[in-house]
Design a protein around this ligand. Structure first.
Ligand code: SF4
Length: 194
């Protein structure tokens, strides 16, 4: 459920407290492998939150989300549709890099999502949360279902509105996926009045 009335200063304080907690978190085995946990960044009252799978190598080193090659590709795709990265809160399902960039395990996803991601989303209360890739969709909407059949669609879950698309790392590798992700983001831009 979305938080009732959260004043701006309170939202900033509570998001900061979550980020501090994430930085110290040892609730799942991924904490053993990380350099830095990546809480996410963006406006505390963003209309759009974008959720990826997990930090990669560069994110782990810098503590910032989507700053590696996939992040740069994402910036391009967003800019093409008139979105500004600085208007979006960017984060991921798990906040610590899995070793060797493996897919996060179910327990890691459940723990991190319930402890950190959902509280972040409730505080920010965005108009839409963009789920990038199968892992983000499974963590927040459930499944299983084929991304190929559901990308470019909205899902209402409780008070949250989710939009399903591909992960930029996949779009960067496969031209067909990039085309599909571009079309998804164009649809999203139209819905958000861009
Ligand atoms: S991945 Fe999430 S739950 Fe696991 S240690 Fe990192 S912040 Fe904590």
């Amino acid at each position: 459920m979305v938080e009732e009335t959260v004043h701006d200063w309170e939202r900033v304080d509570r998001l900061r407290a979550l980020a501090d907690g994430i930085g110290r978190c040892r609730r799942c085995p991924l904490s053993r492998h990380r350099t830095r946990a990546v809480a996410g960044e963006g406006p505390p009252d963003a209309r759009m939150v974008l959720v990826g799978e997990a930090p990669g190598a560069r994110e782990d080193r810098t503590g910032r989300p989507f700053v590696g090659p996939a992040g740069r590709f994402l910036d391009r795709l967003l800019a093409e549709q008139g979105f500004r990265r600085s208007d979006i809160f960017l984060t991921s399902c798990v906040k610590c890099r899995p070793p060797g960039n493996r897919t996060p395990r179910r327990q890691e996803l459940t723990t991190c999502t319930s402890t950190w991601l959902l509280p972040q989303l409730r505080l920010i209360a965005p108009a839409v949360t963009v789920l990038c890739g199968r892992t983000a969709v499974a963590a927040l909407v459930g499944g299983p279902f084929r991304l190929a059949d559901h990308h470019g669609t909205f899902r209402r879950q409780g008070d949250m509105t989710y939009f399903i698309t591909y992960h930029p790392a996949a779009a960067m590798r496969f031209a067909e996926t990039a085309t599909a992700m571009r079309a998804d983001l164009a649809l999203l831009a139209a819905r958000m009045g861009r």
